[in-house]
Design a protein around this ligand. Structure first.
Ligand SMILES: [Zn+2]
Length: 388
């Protein structure tokens, strides 16, 4: 096609496709029109019209129906200078969209007229993937960006870690680190739903990584096939924003608690047994927050330890508790709502009652009390085999 041919073609498109000014587009946007920026992801990285949805020209036909299911809705298209949006508009017209307009002058003119621009704009994949939580004013693009830059470490890819990791990945948390040295067993599958029958025998971390990548390939998953111990706890937990405690044993919980305080890392605690569970948040960044040892000052005697595999658990219980932990983690990352700090939530599935008790900080606590002293990390005797 020669330049002359191209100019003629664009002129013929202009005859059949309405072109509007950026200022008119802004007005129509406030009246409910969908503004789609059809430039490539890289071009939009420098900013796009506030409230616009990024959807590259190359994916327009494939994804427009998800974005605008009703073909009588008003759709405004924007590109760099106003030519590609004309071509895109013609395509949408042919697909049956009856109210399509191209924004004349494109993003160049939008910017030069001083109209509102969003930077750090989401690419089309993220805009579509997180559409339903982006609609929440408490999340929005700013919240989504917070999640994308967050790093969460999960102790255990088991009963609690499995559901928590799945939902945190789905929500768009940027990086998840999974610590677990177990392998998938068939008896895990009734509750550890991140794993699959075909992956029995595989390292839990690797099995979980496969599931998370399939769910949301945007999330970085780091795996650590190590048992949490005194000599590695601080290294494994450092440089994260919070820890999800899905430990299956008391020694690990005491180590996590100590490291949480040392690293000022919020610890989202969860535990399950038979038909009941507990959730709380220990946030060492807050002076009024209790720690795990305010709740359990010293490890229980082996005979009293409830987290043993022999105790058994209804498979859905860790799912419920793990999702409550994921909920608290998302709230902490987004900085919204009222975290479960200073409160212990008890769940009884048989009566289906959720009960809350106050859990104040204990001034005499051996972990965070006024005279508490840190004498190094200590490995406690393993009291129970895995449960989780
Ligand atoms: Zn304490």
């Amino acid at each position: 096609m020669t330049t002359l041919d191209r100019d003629r073609w664009l002129a013929s498109l202009r005859a059949s496709i309405p072109e509007i000014s950026p200022a008119d587009a802004l007005t129509r946007q406030t009246q409910g029109s969908v503004l789609i920026d059809v430039r490539e992801d890289g071009e939009r990285a420098g900013g796009m019209p506030l409230g616009a949805v990024g959807l590259s020209r190359g994916f327009l036909e494939l994804r427009i129906e998800q974005l605008v299911p009703d073909r009588s809705d008003s759709v405004l298209l924007l590109c760099g200078s106003g030519q590609r949006s004309l071509l895109a508009a013609e395509t949408l017209q042919r697909m049956g969209y009856s109210q399509v307009a191209s924004i004349s002058g494109g993003f160049q003119r939008w910017k030069s007229e001083g109209l509102p621009v969003a930077t750090n704009a989401l690419d089309s994949d993220a805009a579509e993937r997180y559409a339903r939580q982006l609609q929440l004013p408490q999340v929005g693009e700013a919240g989504q960006a917070k999640l994308a830059s967050a790093r969460v470490v999960l102790l255990g890819a088991g009963g609690l870690g499995a559901p928590a990791a799945l939902y945190l990945a789905a929500a768009g948390v940027g990086e998840l680190t999974l610590i677990d040295d177990d392998r998938v067993e068939r008896s895990n599958l009734h509750r550890q739903i991140i794993h699959a029958d075909a992956r029995v025998g595989m390292a839990k971390t690797e099995s979980a990584r496969i599931a998370l990548a399939a769910l949301n390939p945007r999330v970085r998953v780091e795996i650590r096939n190590e048992r949490l111990q005194a000599d590695n706890v601080e290294r494994l937990l450092a440089e994260h924003d919070l820890v999800i405690d899905g430990a299956d044993n008391f020694p690990a919980r005491y180590l996590v608690s100590a490291a949480s305080r040392r690293l000022k890392l919020p610890m989202v605690y969860g535990a399950v047994e038979r038909f009941s569970g507990q959730v709380s948040v220990f946030d060492p960044r807050r002076h009024d927050s209790p720690c795990y040892r305010c709740l359990f000052p010293e490890p229980p005697a082996a005979a009293d330890a409830p987290n043993c595999s022999e105790a058994g658990v209804l498979g859905v219980l860790p799912g419920i508790v793990g999702l409550l932990q994921a909920t608290e983690a998302l709230k902490l990352m987004l900085g919204i709502g009222e975290p479960l700090v200073g409160r212990l939530l008890h769940i009884d599935a048989l009566s289906m009652r959720f009960r809350e008790t106050r859990l104040p900080r204990d001034p005499a606590c051996p972990g965070c009390g006024d005279s508490a002293a840190f004498n190094g990390y200590q490995d406690l005797v393993q009291m129970c085999a895995s449960a989780g």
